[in-house]
Design a protein around this ligand. Structure first.
Ligand SMILES: Nc1ncnc2c1ncn2[C@@H]1O[C@H](COP(=O)(O)OP(=O)(O)OP(=O)(O)O)[C@@H](O)[C@H]1O
Length: 248
């Protein structure tokens, strides 16, 4: 497949750590606006894949193109964040002593990448944007709450909101529902479905009921490469997938 028109294009990407191949000729293509779920057993290379996309780890071999043209393997982490690739790690990292609103306001004005400053003035457009993000993250009723007092699930949503404030073209989300209640898990699936389309999303997750609720194409990684790809029903019926992952 050609890289033209793709948002993200990985071809033959390999990474070794002390001779161990964490990624083994991995190829994966995402279209603009697409949401993709990545599943696979522990050690399959899911985190390493996120690391090579965001520039945290440099691949030994292979091609990684953003928007069909920008070679991510040549860029540093900060430059990749600036292109519009946001990453949410498993543990929420919000500014606990500040309110929900202030966290979003800070994220809106900060340069893409790590948040550094609290000093700026806010305009009417910014306020409307924060309202919009509060709405999509279901946090409108909690806008004046101190972030540290939110539930675990609400903190995850706030952090997703902070990433949205930076208007990423691609959002990488690592195990968002770990530690969430069933109700929060369901709402998180809905939230991600709401933001997909405008933003492309890659979600790594082990929770199959959550992946089912997303209703998107699934890529199964095993031993550093793609084992299967398709609907959850299709990959769940694949004997190799059952053997290495689902049937355990
Ligand atoms: N910096 C590193 N140094 C050495 N080995 C590493 C490093 N990072 C990852 N690995 C190894 O590479 C393999 C792939 O790890 P990775 O974390 O990408 O898997 P994963 O699919 O994210 O697993 P999990 O579901 O447990 O998070 C593992 O065997 C891991 O031990």
């Amino acid at each position: 497949m050609s890289a033209e028109d793709t948002l993200l294009y990985l071809d033959g990407v390999s990474v070794s750590f002390d001779g161990f191949r964490a990624l083994n000729s991995l190829s994966l293509v995402m279209m603009p606006g697409e949401m993709r779920a990545i599943i696979g057993p522990n050690g399959a290379g899911k985190t390493t894949m996120m690391d090579v996309i965001t520039g945290k780890t440099r691949p030994d071999h292979g091609t990684i193109l953003f928007e069909g043209a920008t070679d991510l393997t040549k860029l540093r982490e900060a430059s990749i964040a600036n292109l519009g690739i946001g990453r949410k790690f498993q543990r929420p990292t919000v500014f606990e002593p500040h309110t929900v609103w202030d966290n979003l306001e800070l994220a809106l004005k900060a340069p893409r990448g790590p948040l550094k400053t609290l000093t700026y003035a806010i305009g009417r457009d910014d306020k409307a944007r924060i309202e919009e993000i509060l709405d999509v993250t279901r946090l409108s009723p909690k806008r004046d709450r101190i972030a540290g007092s939110l539930s675990h699930g609400e903190k995850q949503w706030l952090e997703i909101g902070m990433l949205l404030a930076q208007d990423p073209k691609l959002l990488l989300v690592d195990e968002p529902v770990a530690g969430m209640t069933d109700a929060e898990t369901e709402q998180t699936a809905q939230l991600l479905c709401d933001i997909a389309g405008k933003h492309s999303v890659i979600v790594v997750e082990h929770d199959m009921s959550f992946v089912r609720a997303l209703g998107v194409k699934v890529t199964v990684l095993a031993e550093g490469s793609v084992l299967a790809e398709g609907s959850l029903d299709a990959v769940s019926a694949n004997q190799q997938v059952i053997d290495v992952y689902l049937g355990r």
